[in-house]
Design a protein around this ligand. Structure first.
Ligand code: ASP
Ligand code: MG
Length: 467
């Protein structure tokens, strides 16, 4: 049995944290494989380097040297054995030498492609994986790096900056790597964040995509558990930056975790659940700063708690797009057409509510202006009046059984009216684990604090770690 341990960039920020991260998979802790993000801040540096080289034709040598030095400083801090340091230095020469040549090509031509950009950005995870493997070896634990553009994490095509693994192909192609990992007496260290296109070029899984990578690897290895180590204690009853009384949630169902991620809790990448859909593996969110804290365990099936609601989450950047016109409710296919027009520009609809005269689309507020333009220019006779209201927040209450339990909605209504917060929209029934409401952004903090106090009471214990 093997555990998969995912380490985010915040777990790789200085010498002590790299050693601690390596220690999670070290001797005496059972068989484990690691999936790593880039060292904290490195993906942003690579992105910046890529953009300045592409748009300003700058010489990439100084920035590559800076990124390399950052890794060398960590290596010097962490590694005692000279042969391990020399081995890592040779790896760094390979990774950063290639990076510099690729960037130089972009700088000279002023041209690039999505897969070239992906190749540049993938260097952060390559360097951190070899750093972690070296830290393990330095401590006497054998380790082997698997670069994930070479072991079967092929996407089905599409955007190389935001791909998803073709899981059917992966189950077949990854088998030799899985067998080697399971048979070997060493820790496998996988690069997070990227795989390959169907024709073998680098493809990313989107920013913060290493959670997703870890889920894919856990699937491929038949892991008994997936541990995701972060700089937060786990899922909380609300965002502790908004609600000081927020506390850790010990257990959640996958559906609840997915609803919370979807509605704004930025703890797990929303795609994480896809590779695990038919695998009952438990997922643990663990606090890197407080190893003794149990974190949040996410199980395939959930349990109801007496208060039903387990968490409130707030997305403060939403807009509602109102599309009205005569007889809009009687037009077959109108929502499909609106959806296709927006999808063609990559605009995601969070939720939809319709009446006979109006279709309300809830979107990220950053996309509202463009959505108004796209629909306005479509020349559809029925789409007469298109307007966006942008100063809104979407508040979700999440908990298994929320739809079927009488009285929860009533309590939410009365708490909000008692707090003087007007609800513009309330939606229940789309999921049995979430209800959500649209309120003015100015009332959002008051609303979430009032609801939290009502459902969870005041908290006089210690603040959860990391908050
Ligand atoms: N390093 C990548 C990023 O910062 C992937 C990750 O951290 O999950 O987006
Ligand atoms: Mg990151």
């Amino acid at each position: 049995m093997i555990r998969v341990i995912k380490l985010g960039g915040s777990c790789l920020k200085d010498g002590p944290s790299v050693l601690k991260a390596a220690g999670l998979a070290g001797a005496g802790r059972g068989k484990a494989a690691l999936v790593v993000s880039a060292v904290q801040g490195v993906t942003d540096l690579l992105l910046e380097a890529y953009q300045t080289v592409l748009h300003q034709g700058k010489d990439p040598a100084p920035v590559v040297a800076r990124i390399r030095q950052k890794h060398e400083a960590l290596a010097n801090e962490c590694l005692a054995r000279k042969e391990v340091r020399d081995g890592l230095e040779a790896r760094f020469s390979g990774i950063f030498g290639t990076l510099e040549r690729v960037l130089l090509g972009i700088s000279c031509t002023g041209e690039s492609t999505g897969t070239i950009k992906a190749r540049v950005l993938s260097c952060g995870e390559r360097a951190s994986a070899f750093l972690l493997a070296a830290a393990l070896e330095d401590a006497g634990t054998g380790a082997r790096v698997y670069e994930t553009d070479k072991v079967g994490l092929a996407t089905g095509g599409g955007d190389p900056e935001n791909g998803s693994v073709d899981l059917g192909g992966f189950d077949r192609l990854f088998r030799p790597a899985a067998e080697a990992v399971l048979a070997a007496d060493e820790v496998a260290v996988f690069t997070g964040f990227f795989g390959s296109t169907p024709d073998g070029k680098v493809s990313l899984f989107g920013r913060n995509g290493s959670d997703y990578s870890a889920a894919v690897i856990a699937r491929g290895l038949g892991a008994s558990r997936l541990e995701i180590w972060k700089d937060v204690p786990g899922f909380m009853t609300a965002d502790p930056r908004l609600v000081h009384e927020a506390r850790l949630i010990p257990r959640l169902s996958r559906k609840e975790a997915a609803e919370l991620s979807y509605f704004g809790a930025k703890i797990l990448h929303p795609k994480t659940w896809v590779p695990l859909e038919d695998r009952p593996v438990p997922v643990e969110i663990r606090s890197f700063d407080d190893e003794r804290s149990p974190g949040t365990v996410i199980l395939p099936r959930g349990e109801r708690t007496p208060g039903i609601v387990k968490s409130f989450s707030l997305n403060r950047d939403v807009a509602v797009l109102r599309v009205s016109g005569p007889g809009i409710g009687g037009q077959p296919g109108i929502i499909g057409r609106i959806g296709s027009l927006l999808a063609a520009r990559g605009i995601n609809i969070l939720t939809v509510l319709t009446s006979q005269t109006c279709i309300n689309l809830i979107l990220a507020s950053a996309e509202a202006g463009q959505a108004v333009k796209v629909l306005g220019e479509a020349g559809e006779e029925t789409l007469r009046l298109i307007e966006a209201e942008e100063d809104l927040s979407l508040l979700a209450a999440v908990g298994e059984g929320i739809r079927e339990t009488c009285g929860v909605a009533g309590r939410i209504f009365s708490v909000l009216s008692g707090a003087g917060v007007n609800m513009e929209f309330f939606s229940s029934g789309a999921s049995d684990a979430a209800v959500y409401m649209l309120i003015k952004r100015t009332g959002a903090e008051k609303a979430i604090n009032s609801l939290h106090r009502h459902f969870f009471g005041a908290w006089d214990g210690p603040s959860p770690a990391g908050c």
